[in-house]
Design a protein around this ligand. Structure first.
Ligand SMILES: CC(C)(COP(=O)(O)OP(=O)(O)OC[C@H]1O[C@@H](n2cnc3c(N)ncnc32)[C@H](O)[C@@H]1OP(=O)(O)O)[C@@H](O)C(=O)NCCC(=O)NCCS
Length: 226
């Protein structure tokens, strides 16, 4: 098992998730390198070292989160054909990584319908990407802020990725970046609204979530659907 101090964050969002229903763990990839199960190792046998390490950190953290939810000795978490982890019966979850950090949220299906989390390094969502990623209202907001434009762009992108993962658990459907609109407040709250007519909108007409900056250069978004 990892030393406990490797896990830097075991938080909850504003809509408090009872600790027996869901857990969110965050750690340094370098400190989350427990051995993989054979089927997991096989999946990344040919991957580059960086990918191997982030994958391993995700599985390590997921098993720690499952343990905290009361699962004794969680086994392998194989990769489905659509790249989603196969969670143990009765559980669901979401994994995210940056170059240095990894986060994992795991929940009991009986209590939580879906969860989506994402982590992003600030400053990487550059203006040349905005047309592909953001709809008109979002671009207007970005252009209206005088400073922290790159931070806001990262945050909105991160919220979209977190929502994508949440909705995929329910719909198994693709969703484009401009098919959702993100609104954030100046505190820690976000709202994502999928466009009418998308499978996501049928499943989740709107989603509230929260964001934080667990490290100075890193944004994390989380959405839990109860
Ligand atoms: C799947 C996707 C969201 C992953 O995001 P990413 O920034 O590349 O990578 P992250 O580190 O954040 O997350 C990767 C993890 O997501 C999980 N994942 C992969 N596909 C997923 C899916 N369809 N749904 C939910 N989770 C998924 C996996 O656990 C993966 O980690 P692992 O392979 O180590 O197990 C992204 O690659 C993608 O395909 N996005 C589709 C378009 C989109 O995001 N639209 C947003 C509009 S709402």
């Amino acid at each position: 098992m990892m030393p406990a101090e490797a896990v830097r964050y075991d938080g909850s969002c504003r809509v408090a998730i009872p600790p027996e229903a869901g857990r969110l763990l965050l750690g340094h990839i370098a400190e989350l390198q427990e051995p993989l199960f054979p089927e997991e190792a096989e999946h990344i046998r040919r991957a580059v070292d960086k990918r191997r390490r982030e994958f391993c950190a995700g599985r390590t953290l997921a098993r720690q989160a499952l343990c905290r939810l009361g699962l004794t000795q969680p086994g392998a978490l194989p990769v489905r054909e659509d790249r989603v982890p196969e969670w143990p019966a009765g559980f669901l979850g979401s994994i995210a990584h940056t170059d240095r950090f990894c986060a994992c949220a795991v929940a009991r299906r009986a209590a939580i319908r879906s969860v989506g989390i994402d982590l992003e390094t600030c400053g990487q969502v550059k203006p040349e990407l905005w047309d592909q990623l953001f709809c008109a209202a979002e671009k207007e907001k970005l252009l209206a802020v005088e400073d922290k434009q790159l931070f806001l762009a990262t945050l909105m992108f991160c919220a979209k990725e977190a929502f994508y993962k949440l909705q995929y658990t329910l719909t198994s459907a693709w969703l484009g970046f401009t098919d959702v609109t993100v609104v954030v407040d100046g505190q820690d709250r976000l709202m994502v609204t999928p466009a009418e007519g998308t499978p996501a909108a049928k499943a989740v007409p709107f989603m509230r979530g929260s964001y934080s900056q667990p490290f100075p250069d890193t944004v994390m978004c989380q959405c839990w659907l109860v």
